[in-house]
Design a protein around this ligand. Sequence first.
Ligand code: Z15
Length: 837
Amino acid sequence: VEASIPEPQRDAWTKHQTGGFKDKDGFEREVVRHVETTLARSMFNCDETAAYAAASLAFRDRLILEWNRTQQRQTFADAKRVYYLSLEFLMGRALDNAMLNIGQKDLAAAGLAELGFRIEDVISQEHDAALGNGGLGRLAACFLDSLASLNYPAWGYGLRYRYGIFKQEIIDGYQVEVPDYWLDFNPWEFPRHDVTVDIQFYGHVQKSTDSSGKNVAHWEGGEIVKAVAYDVPIPGYATPSTNNLRLWSSKASGGEFDFQKFNNGDYESSVADQQRAETISAVLYPNDNLERGKELRLKQQYFWVAASLYDIVRRFKKTKRAWKEFPEQVAIQLNDTHPTLAIVELQRILIDLEGLEWDEAWNIVVSTFGYTNHTVLPEALEKWSVGLIQHLLPRHLQIIYDINLFFLQTVERLFPNDRDILGRVSIIEESNPKMVRMAFLAIVGSHKVNGVAELHSDLIKTTIFKDFVSIFGPDKFTNVTNGVTPRRWLHQANPKLSDLIASKVGSLEFLRDLTLLNKIENSVDDAAFRKEWAAIKLANKTKLADYIKTTIGVVVNPSALFDVQVKRIHEYKRQQMNIFGVIHRYLTLKSLSPEERKTFLPRVSIFGGKAAPGYWMAKQIIHLINSVGSVVNNDKDIGDLLKVVFLEDYNVSKAELIIPASDISEHISTAGTEASGTSNMKFVLNGGLIIGTCDGANIEITREIGENNIFLFGNLAEDVEDLRHTHTYGSHTIDPDLAKVFEAIEKGTFGDSKDFAGMITAVRDHSDYYLVSDDFHSYIETHALVDEAYKNQEEWITKCITSVSRMGFFTSDRCINEYAEGIWNIEPLAVEKAGAA
Ligand code: Z15
């Protein structure tokens, strides 16, 4: 397959293969070389930015050599590959991760020190790769780490947004969005200007008959945009395997610009065409759990899906196999419905371009795809209007109609007497305008559908996809509970804790087999161990306290209880309930005498998270948090007893700072709304306890760590529907403690109450859809239990250690192995053992 090098030249090639640096000296030599030549600077003007750039270039040289070998190995072995299609990859920083995964961080630290730099300062120069919104994007990033670490032949496919998720600034308590122009200098990507795909949009379909009398469709006309590949190497931990993340960038197909127009003096429109093409991959849509049906978003989806499939098919064709073997070589996982058009595109390629019969093609398609659902929230389920698809992708709409026709015929045969089922399950919703239901299309076109935590997987089977279970049978639907990579979320984020654990486990082997954490449970009774554990938590909290001081100027006491809620701001995640709870605490403290107050445990309430720019209620929540902070933090009666901080621009690198510093974190979504949650896993893994509802993965975390080690509260998912019904049609009274909170806000305690009227109205005057009032009392009581528990530090630390020891299940390695076995049918590729750990 690879163009082979002729014998006479091969010697020269092998003789000069560098393999990258081998030791500290070699690393330093590479850094100096990159500073002096690649960056054209000198030792006299090498600042931390340049040191970061040079160190990254030295490491990426190593990665790319391993990347090449990994690809050769996979091609040679003729292995089945999995392709993970995700519109989001929330990668965060790459340098620290690369150094740790290939086991060279100590060497780099020593080398950089000799050159006059502290490694932490160098690492912190890196701009986060923030090509994602929240949990879904970060999950994709954890999966890439696990796929490489477990030696699976896997590629990620995504979009190379010029602007990732916006940067959040807080100005006068309000969120302000600033563009994230992150590509200024990105050493982690390799442009592949030779790997391009022409992508067609618009046009029309011409039907004709070929020589054998068969009907054929031709998609003609319209416009062409070029997709250019950019490759990002993904290093596995303690293995030479280095996988590829391929991100597509859009470019005008005519090259730089239209020379015809340019020569005619029409400069502006010659550039306009180019800009219009480049707009496709320009910006990540900043909504989490919300779909807004914008044409550009659909263009992004098709652009990315078509380029990726072209690439996958091209690779398959090189093997010269028969089409029916496609699913033995290729598994494609759809991360949510965003890439669902891939199903239609593959069917189109097979029937229109490759001349297969419909049924043969469709069997290949269904065997190839798997679909992961990440939400039951109705506003997040994608629907595209038939008119829009018709306009943008006329041939695809025809194929969707055919898929639907054959599907509905099957349903009719199965349920001949059911008058309503066809309307309920039709891929086309007969509304005005008509809509294509992407989740239904994804189900029909995949051989497996999975949810991301047990409760969630049960819910999709009994609610939104109920009919499909009776049509396809229960085996098509499965659960794969989410996980997180312990490399980034323990070893990288919390090196001190990782080392302490290693001292008990005997090695860092738990980073490859997280169940080995159970070995530390033997040490919970060891007072010296608990003391070291507590000292590490305090050090992490002190580091965060310093950060809070320098960024927002609030002084917090590191020995106070740190109570953290960091995640996208959304009503279903109920940051509003948290801040109402904080206000309740403030009012309680104010009502006490100074003597009584002293019995209270000092607390720091820490918030962070972005609001979608058009999400008015989420922005109001941010504003209230900041307003409460400015009152409470400056109240002399309160002092250290309560501080409220909102950390701006929460992202992956800030998560690495915040999560290890948490005592208790909040995962308090209305039961049944958070599909899984993944930060809950990260917090517990870092020795923090959690307060949470019986929702998503909280339930499985409880089962693993034991119910004495978690603070659960609130109504259950099974009761939510009835409660909502009662709010709307029956009585709707507000919890008395919450009513007092509202009263204080309305009195103007935290500034102009009009600014917060929407939040109060939603609970008191509307239907309180997210059950804030219903859960409030239980929430407040449970926080009181948290206070009590924290006062007994020895017992608290025992809970933390016990919890960590039982978190083995939540590694994304386990999760990826489940996908590999149950959905993808792929196996790891053996490699010579090498590298780190
Ligand atoms: C997103 O971040 C999630 C689901 C979605 O449907 C969209 Cl559009 C974005 C999250 C879930 O809310 C969260 O519970 C889950 O842990 C995460 O996906 C990964 O599965």
